[in-house]
Design a protein around this ligand. Structure first.
Ligand code: SAM
Ligand code: SF4
Length: 266
């Protein structure tokens, strides 16, 4: 569907959980966030229904995100169900990679099209610092497992933080090339102050060609990362909610004060 500014909206990012096995400094506050209850989180049946409805409205690209999507119990079954829906051309996932060692093969078999794996440093200490405790070796094993499972066109998402990891850009490019991945450098954004940037190696961050909506784990549609306006899918109904979100999508966002990045899914 076209929005008011003639942008075709065909890409839906769905956060399947607000939980995560890391606590990246740029994504969530040190004290954590208030987690939603099981009842508040969209069920698998609701997510499937949402995707079917979105397909009818012209959406064909879907991405599962989080929190960390791989910590949601039954995630492989969800992937399988969505991948089978007629009209879903691409079903991608953004993950921190920690659990790919365990799930890559099953995800491939379930029909997941592509992966984006997030990794900001190849230095174990830095990785531990930025993720508040993560083990670099686990991600490296996950990346290897993704390749072995047959995933291609995998992207490496790198958040660049001034004064912290710019010096690793060349190494990360090389690492990505060695592992048949494309690297995307994303300058650290700040939802609250409204700092956002274009993505080097990707099309995010360019409002004039924005093609997406986001659904939070608790079933709120956000038509812009940098706006607090939300539509409650359960209250509005899936079709009316999606249509309203497209109709209300702003030309450009400003800031978002109500949620942390982890509660939106990036
Ligand atoms: N847990 C998964 C992961 O880390 O890939 C998926 C969710 S995470 C919120 C999605 C993407 O958003 C990741 O690539 C992450 O690096 C990025 N991200 C999180 N906070 C960000 C920020 N403040 N600025 C730019 N990118 C950010
Ligand atoms: Fe978790 Fe991903 Fe946010 Fe890091 S960026 S805290 S891995 S959701």
């Amino acid at each position: 569907m076209l929005d008011r500014f003639n942008r075709e909206i065909y890409y839906l990012r769905i956060s399947v959980t607000d939980r995560c096995n890391l606590r990246c400094t740029y994504c969530m506050p040190e004290a954590g966030i208030k987690l939603k209850s099981h009842q508040e989180i969209l069920s698998f049946e609701e997510i499937e229904e949402l995707v079917k409805t979105a397909v009818r409205l012209g959406f064909y690209k879907f991405r599962l995100t989080g929190g960390e999507p791989l910590v949601r119990r039954g995630i492989v079954q969800l992937v399988q169900k969505i991948a089978q829906i007629n009209g879903v051309k691409t079903l991608a996932m953004t993950t921190n990679g920690l659990l790919l060692d365990k799930y890559a093969k099953e995800l491939k078999a379930a029909g997941l099209s592509r992966l984006n794996i997030s990794l900001d440093s190849l230095k174990p200490d830095r990785y531990k610092e930025i993720t508040r405790g993560g083990d670099l070796n686990q991600v490296l094993a996950g990346i290897k497992a993704a390749g072995e499972a047959g995933f291609t066109k995998t992207k490496l998402n790198v958040v660049i933080i001034d004064g912290f990891n710019e010096d690793e850009k060349e190494n990360l490019k090389e690492f990505a090339a060695d592992n048949n991945m494309k690297v995307r450098f994303i300058k650290k954004m700040d939802l609250k102050s409204g700092d956002y940037y274009g993505v080097e190696g990707g099309d995010g961050g360019n409002c004039s060609i924005c093609n997406r909506l986001r659904v939070t784990a608790d079933g709120k549609i956000r038509s812009c990362l940098f706006s607090d306006d939300e539509i409650n899918l359960r209250q509005e109904g899936f079709e009316a909610g999606l249509k309203k979100a497209i109709a209300n999508k702003p030309k450009k966002g400003h800031k978002s004060l109500k949620r942390e990045m982890i509660q939106i899914g990036g």
